[in-house]
Design a protein around this ligand. Sequence first.
Ligand SMILES: Nc1nc2c(c(=O)[nH]1)N=C([C@H](O)[C@H](O)COP(=O)(O)OP(=O)(O)OP(=O)(O)O)CN2
Ligand SMILES: [Zn+2]
Length: 140
Amino acid sequence: MYTVSCETHFDSAHFLLGYKGGCKNIHGHRWVVSASVSSETLIEEGGNRGMVIDFNEVKPVLNELVECFDHRLVVERDTLRSTTMLMLEEEEFEVAEVDFRPTVENFSKYFYDELKKRGVPVSKVRVYETPESYAEYCED
Ligand SMILES: Nc1nc2c(c(=O)[nH]1)N=C([C@H](O)[C@H](O)COP(=O)(O)OP(=O)(O)OP(=O)(O)O)CN2
Ligand SMILES: [Zn+2]
């Protein structure tokens, strides 16, 4: 089995509502996202011969997906008061609202699903929250 992976990153702030520890406070990470595509065989003909998939079919999609989170506060929908959201807006802070708790586990499934939706035959997504901690999502 061959596996190729593309990596990108985004810098965001987040907090985990109800977490018992420092992560309940707003803090930042450089989230590193790695998307893998696997195949038993390699492309046999044409300009992509010898490849599982051209990195250039994966990387731009991955970059586009992380763009909306970069240099933003990621907030799980309905976890901040509407007045707080309004105040952030008034200060012109950009917030990325998501429908999931912003853990690495949920981010890895989010990126997996979004890549699939966009036609990337992804086999696994790994997301690092810190250089030492990551989660992976795959199906099968
Ligand atoms: N399974 C998960 N556990 C934790 C997650 C997560 O997404 N999935 N997230 C967090 C927090 O976001 C936290 O920011 C991570 O912090 P921590 O693991 O403490 O990492 P640090 O590098 O800041 O660790 P120090 O040892 O304090 O430097 C927590 N858990
Ligand atoms: Zn965190």
